[in-house]
Design a protein. Structure first.
Length: 480
């Protein structure tokens, strides 16, 4: 049914007419008002600051209550066509998140109709759920003379989005994990552009890493100068070119001169070939795989997606290692028993779709203890993995469906396209890391911005902290 909005023009307006509005104040209201008004007074938006002030909690902007009064005047009494002439309001008490207020306006005087345009005076009050006065005062308005009755205008739904918030929390988690220790020493390979240099320096300034820049020194310094970055605080390991830089970084990791490796401005294949060469001594019994850590807007937790960057068409044995690597990373991030969805195009085992057979086998391997530390289910289509509504509609009963922490793609093509779609079409922020080698490898895209590189360094720090706590995988010894 159509929702109408209607006024009370001068001919219908009477002294004593009243209108009310009840509204609960939410954190989203607070953030929205701050964004629209630009008023970021810490008393309104900074919980840490507000906890130490007079009220010991963030409070609503005073004009939020005034805006509710304006809403009643403009939509109910007198309604559409009303124009503010003035107001005199007294703010008596603060409004806190969770409070419910009732706004009341009452006509107290109507100026003679001969006055052009005619005016009305209305007393205004706002009280909270305890009937305590919050705002009192008076409004003077120009009263509409023509009758207005129109369908209420449809407005777009307001959604507050903060892309990257969960990754920023991940960085803070890594800083806490590294507190009181020296930063993680990391070889940054061939960082000869502003983005890869800036990401490493940001991570160093955040106290996460101690970068060692490995690459052609002249190009490193030229890129730093162009970007306004001072390299004086950081070590440089000069090499002739990118291939030599990758080989030098592998040697430094083997000799324990660095604890992690980070990709700069070179191809992933070039770096991984050097790190995983048999002579580099960095391989373990575990297959190397890549994990994207995805901060998707609208989801309460981070999600892991694997493998979208290293293993092109993994067989069942490789997928077992891919899953176990992702579970180990989830543990390092604080997920005690991650829910792992083995993705395919459908949620039933179908011989014509080989990935469904692999999914079923992986779940049985978990039952037999060949995969540990997580709860697996599959095959699951993507919608069933991330949406409870979709899973329930299809009658899927599962501890994983609709709430997956880890998404396991059937192959690199599917995983890579899914990661890029989430990033470029759905505002997701991503970080990435390679697991299964003797040191973490921060493997970002050359298109990634410094904040993605910072978050990826945080992953390496958390993995190192997890390993230091004695959580090294039991099958990470010498390669088979």
């Amino acid at each position: 049914m159509t929702d109408w909005i209607e006024n009370r023009p001068l001919a219908e307006l009477r002294i004593g007419d009243t209108a009310t509005l009840t509204r609960s104040f939410t954190r989203e209201d607070l953030q929205t008002f701050a964004l629209v008004s630009g008023d970021v007074n810490p008393a309104h938006v900074d919980a840490e600051y507000a906890a130490s002030d007079e009220f010991h909690a963030v409070v609503a902007h005073g004009m939020w209550s005034a805006a509710l009064i304006s809403s009643v005047l403009g939509t109910q009494l007198p309604g559409p066509g009303t124009v503010y002439a003035g107001q005199d309001l007294r703010f008596l008490r603060p409004v806190f998140v969770g409070d419910t207020v009732r706004v009341t306006v009452t006509v107290t005087a109507i100026e003679p109709a001969a006055q052009k345009p005619p005016q009305a005076r209305l007393s205004c009050s706002v009280v909270n759920q305890r009937d305590e006065p919050v705002v009192e005062g008076e409004a003077v308005v120009f009263v509409p003379q023509a009758k207005v009755r129109r369908p209420r205008t449809h407005l777009p739904r307001l959604e507050l989005r903060d892309p990257g918030a969960k990754l920023r929390a991940l960085v803070a988690q890594a800083q806490r994990a590294r507190a009181g220790q020296a930063p993680l020493r990391m070889a940054v390979v061939h960082a000869v552009d502003a983005v890869s240099l800036g990401g490493a320096v940001d991570a160093a300034r955040a106290g996460l890493i101690e970068p060692v820049f490995v690459g052609p020194e002249a190009r490193l310094r030229a890129a730093a100068q162009a970007a306004g970055i001072d390299l004086a605080p950081y070590a440089i390991e000069p090499t002739e070119h990118s291939h030599a830089a990758a080989a030098r970084a592998a040697a430094m990791a083997r000799e324990a001169r660095v604890e992690a490796v980070m990709k700069g401005s070179l191809h992933s294949d070039e770096l991984l070939h050097a790190l995983l060469d048999a002579s580099a001594g960095l391989r373990t019994a575990r297959r190397v795989s890549h994990v994207f850590v995805i901060d998707a807007v609208g989801l309460p937790q981070l999600q892991l997606l694997t493998d979208a960057a290293v293993n092109v068409a993994p067989d069942l044995a490789a997928k077992r290692d891919i899953v176990q690597n992702a579970i180990d990373l989830a543990h390092a991030l604080g997920m005690a028993n991650p829910r792992v969805a083995i993705l395919s195009a459908v949620e039933t085992v179908t011989p014509k779709i080989p990935s469904t057979l692999d999914a079923a086998a992986l779940c049985k391997m978990a039952d037999r203890g060949q995969i540990r530390g997580g709860v697996l289910d599959g095959p699951l289509a993507f919608d069933n993995a991330v949406s409870l509504r979709a899973a329930r509609t299809k009658g899927i009963v599962s501890p994983v469906a609709g709430r997956a922490d880890v998404l396991v793609a059937p192959d690199l093509e599917a995983g890579n396209m899914l990661a890029k779609q989430l990033e470029y079409l759905a505002e997701a922020k991503v970080a990435g890391i390679v697991l299964g080698a003797r040191v973490p490898v921060v493997l970002t895209s050359r298109a990634d911005l410094p904040d993605a590189r910072l978050a990826s360094c945080a992953l390496a720090v958390l993995l190192a902290a997890h390993a230091a706590a004695g959580a090294t995988p039991d099958d990470a010894g010498a390669p088979a």
